[in-house]
Design a protein. Structure first.
Length: 407
């Protein structure tokens, strides 16, 4: 059996395991495996006000997406004055706020659409973790499930015109924190999740920043590979235990990377952009080697991360158009104008795709090679955050509220 076939089987096993786990937990940005797929079979496609199980005002604003562990929902907020931010925890059944832990932060330069609470936390059975920026310093920290601080790290300087954006992720006992930006402190960090101590640190080329949260794939012999996207390095596969480079394809991008890499069938897609200009690349991985397979002719998104469902990849563009491509060939099957401007990354239950515009238009599409709009619902306000899928519901963070939508 060749490495590519092994990789396909391994990817299927990872998706199967994570999908099962994701029925109760959504432990990081775009779900426990970062693929954006969870169990929501009973969420109706045609939603009404009756499907809002609860709608809870948050203690502050922000764009951090919700994450879940068991019956607890976590997200991050900032205050109006911009001098502090918090992690807040809600009960998934009632929507009641269980605790809020505020922390000071220093002023920083950022895009008008960004927030001091843009990064999404990660969570496991022991703690909730987050990486963010205060002034020009990168911070990583952990709180227990009661909101008590466990550890805090300063990981060096940060400089980027748009402000921070990448989210942390957990791989076993390693917390991965990316700081791909334009100072000599640019690096990817692997921290011990229980103590915050450095297990490994890989220096990165100082240059155009990357806001992309890494992905996780299973490679040959079912090894776990951290997949990182940046304009300075292209796509890189790394061993999350040591930070060792496993494979790389450089020279793919000249623009800013915001979307996470997406995976399937031994392939990785990543995108980059600036304004209306976009770049996309699909890389094929075979064991320890990787090569550029093709560049999509369809317009790729700049901010919303694409989503792979089965043999197809769906590109939900920043202006609200959605395209469906055969992932292996890049052949465009359909391309439709669906919503207005969008920052949210789409999520899926394996049969449907849920996307939300910046104005709060929630649109449900069939995950199909034939275009079909299944439903449309207007939320009480807009959002830049990506929904979570857990407990057969959508957990949607709007600008000021957290909403549970379900049967």
């Amino acid at each position: 059996m060749n490495h590519l076939s092994t990789g396909r089987i391994a990817a299927f096993l990872l998706a199967s395991v994570m999908t099962c786990a994701g029925q109760a937990d959504w432990a990081r940005f775009r779900g426990s495996d970062g693929g954006g797929i969870g169990a929501a079979a009973d969420v109706p496609s045609i939603l009404t006000e009756k499907n809002i199980r609860w709608n809870t005002p948050l203690p502050g604003g922000g764009h951090a997406s919700p994450v879940l562990w068991g019956k607890q929902v976590f997200t991050a907020c900032d205050d109006v004055a911009g001098k502090r931010r918090c992690i807040t925890c809600l009960d998934a059944e009632s929507g009641k706020i269980l605790w809020t832990t505020w922390m000071p932060c220093a002023e920083q330069r950022m895009h008008n659409d960004n927030s001091l609470a843009a990064a999404t936390p990660a969570v496991d059975a022991d703690a909730v973790y987050i990486g963010w920026v205060s002034g020009d310093r990168v911070e990583a920290l952990a709180l227990d499930h009661d909101g008590k601080p466990l550890w805090h790290r300063d990981l060096g300087t940060f400089r980027a015109n748009f402000g921070p954006g990448a989210s942390v992720m957990l791989v076993d006992d390693v917390l991965v924190v990316t700081n791909d930006q334009d100072t000599p402190d640019a690096a990817i960090h692997g921290l011990e999740r229980k103590t915050g101590e450095t297990r490994w640190r890989i220096a990165r080329h100082s240059g155009m920043p990357s806001y992309a949260t890494p992905a996780l794939r299973l490679g040959k012999d079912a090894r776990k590979e951290l997949v990182v996207s940046s304009p300075a390095h292209g796509l890189t596969g790394m061993d999350p235990r040591s930070g060792k480079q496993l494979w790389a394809v450089e020279g793919l991008f000249t623009l800013t990377a915001i979307t996470s890499p997406v995976l399937g069938d031994g392939l990785v897609m990543a995108t980059a952009g600036r304004g209306a200009t976009r770049e996309g690349a699909v890389v094929a991985i075979d064991g320890d080697t990787a090569r550029l397979l093709y560049r999509p002719e369809a317009k790729v998104p700049y901010v919303p991360t694409p989503i792979v469902v089965g043999n197809y990849v769906y590109l939900w563009d920043d202006q609200g158009s959605v395209a469906c491509l055969e992932f292996r060939t890049g052949k465009e099957l359909w391309n439709k104008e669906v919503t207005g401007p969008t920052y949210t990354s789409p999520v899926s239950d394996g049969k449907r795709i849920f996307g939300i515009s910046r104005r709060g238009e929630l649109v449900v599409l069939a995950a199909s090679p034939e275009f079909q709009e299944l439903g449309r619902f207007t939320l009480p306000e807009g959002t830049h955050a990506t929904p979570a899928i857990a407990h057969d519901s959508l957990f949607i963070r709007t600008f000021t509220h957290l909403i549970r939508v379900g049967p």
